[in-house]
Design a protein around this ligand. Sequence first.
Ligand code: FES
Length: 152
Amino acid sequence: MSEHVCPQRNVTEVHESKSQLSRKNFLTAIAATAATLGLSGIAESATAATKKYKVCSTKDVKVGSANIFQIAAAANLMVLVTQPKAGVFRAFNPSCTHQGFQLSGISKTNLVCNVHGAQFSTNTGAVTRGPASRALGKYTISQTGTTLYISL
Ligand code: FES
């Protein structure tokens, strides 16, 4: 019976992720089209739809570790940040793609969900151990000085 429940949750999460990507692609296409037509005001508005949110300092995530941050300015969005190699930062949705529980550990190069044992790469978010079958949702992360941002 739980086998039936789990995929439905995953489908919902994937659907939300695809919606965000579709919206972003749509806005990018509008910006490109408007710029081509010389409608710079429209292009700027479409591009401005993507917002950057401050997440943390680079010092808050040590090499080989991970931390979860709450972004108050983005409706209390939770973001998991890793630093798999020195100077390389990644940002993920901290919800396990198996049943949506928050990831709670790290083992070498894997983020761990202690509920049923799923593991995900700290570098790519890919599943490295089931029962989860889908990668973690990713956020675009950028760095200015020692501050990390995500773009939504
Ligand atoms: S919720 Fe089942 S492994 Fe994470």
